[in-house]
Design a protein around this ligand. Structure first.
Ligand code: GLA
Length: 389
């Protein structure tokens, strides 16, 4: 991959002298969905697939960006002066947003750069291709412009800041954090209320992590995402009329049940219920995993999907079809949607010797019901964003 990318860079931008190669992975969240903007816990891991970037500093103010995933767009040019989101800038709004965020944090990038990207994460799939682009850009900026004192967590925070304030999606910190901080064969148990975290080894002796991509494009997903977030904020404000809490993630199931009537709409009650119960499920799931009880972990994954389907209402027929068919297959430990929802992917833990049958059966059922095919990926857990060479 690196060689093809360097060759493209050389062809477009006049040789590769001084150019460097960077990588940031995609991520999959095992459990803890829609909890990261509610002060709850998440349990994602970085993947070995992701975004490769080749970048080089320029001596003027120009930005020249090219993606091998969107070759039809050609080289998209802009400038480090007056960075703002523009429709015609297309995917380059992500790297531009990160440069803008660096500026907002007191590290204004004064010189331009040339950048070529290639990602092997399916776009819009819910495996965080955009956060991956943000983190690879952050790693490149830190390296090229000598911002040596910023940490990988800072890079994650700048990515989130750019997504929230430049690209208009009010996302939490999970994706950028997992992508920046990932570790091979480990999931990250992150408390989003204070960003404390630990790594938990994912020891799958006889099982694989299988991702099924629904191929349903998110479409209205981003606005629905912001809507869910607003519903949770309103429910929290209603609970705060009596409870001294800063986030839904502080509540146990019992505390929620005892106070839920403070929330004046049935819909908001269900949204808040999901946030509270999902956070508690995540704590239980991590305990189960630590105790070597994969069975229990899988059951909690399934319960997470049910809650996202019925209470949070972010699944849709495509994800439900994938998951509900997965549950019926032999050798399935657990299966759920992963990421924001409204399309995107599911994650399943499947006995290794059942994976082929699983893909065949779930794929067939999906095609029959939905009318187009899903794609399946058996993934490995990899390291976070880094300089490659
Ligand atoms: C998206 C967001 C994350 C998180 C998930 C849902 O991936 O970017 O911050 O909220 O949805 O868990």
């Amino acid at each position: 991959m690196k060689d093809q990318l360097l060759a493209k860079f050389g062809e477009l931008f006049g040789g590769t002298d001084g150019a460097k190669v960077y990588f940031a992975p995609g991520r999959v969240n095992l459990i803890g969905e829609h909890t990261d903007y509610n002060g709850g816990h998440v349990f994602p891991c970085a993947l070995t697939i992701g975004t490769y970037g080749v970048a080089r500093k320029r001596n003027d103010k120009k930005l020249r960006f090219y993606s091998m995933n969107f070759e039809q767009l050609g080289v998209l040019e802009s400038s480090v002066e007056n960075l703002k989101p523009e429709k015609e800038a297309d995917w380059t709004n992500y790297p531009k947003g990160v440069m803008w965020a660096f500026g907002e944090k007191g590290m204004k990038v004064e010189q331009g750069m040339d950048l070529v990207l290639f990602g092997n994460i399916p776009n819009g799939s819910g495996l965080s291709s955009s956060a991956s682009v943000e983190v690879v850009t952050g790693v490149a900026l830190r390296d090229l412009f000598g911002y040596d004192d910023i940490s990988m967590i800072d890079i994650a925070l700048f990515g989130q800041y750019s997504e929230n304030n430049f690209n208009g999606v009010n996302c939490g910190i999970m994706d950028q954090f997992a992508i920046a901080m990932g570790k091979k064969d480990q999931a990250i148990f992150l408390d989003t209320s204070d960003l404390s975290y630990t790594y938990a080894p994912i020891k799958l002796a006889d099982e694989k992590i299988v991702i099924a991509c629904s191929n349903k494009k998110r479409g209205l997903g981003d606005s629905k995402y912001n809507e869910r977030r607003a519903e949770c904020e309103e429910a929290l404000a209603e609970l705060q009329t009596k409870l001294d809490i800063k986030a839904l993630g502080e509540l146990s199931e019992e505390e929620f049940e005892a106070n839920k009537d403070l929330i004046k709409s049935e819909v908001r009650q269900r949204r808040a219920k999901h946030a509270v119960y999902e956070n508690q499920r995540t704590l239980k799931a991590v305990d189960a995993l630590k105790a070597g009880n994969l069975e229990e972990f899988g059951k909690l994954m399934n319960a997470s999907h049910v809650s996202l389907r019925d209470d949070y209402e972010v699944t849709g027929i495509e994800l439900d079809t994938l998951v509900e068919n997965a549950w019926e297959q032999e050798g399935v430990i657990g299966s759920r949607m992963t990421g924001a929802g409204f399309g995107g992917c599911t994650v399943s833990i499947v006995k290794t010797d059942c994976v082929d049958k699983f893909i065949e059966n779930v794929g067939k059922a999906y095609l029959e019901k939905i009318g187009y095919a899903a794609d399946f990926y058996v993934v490995e857990i990899g390291d976070g964003g880094r300089v490659l060479a």
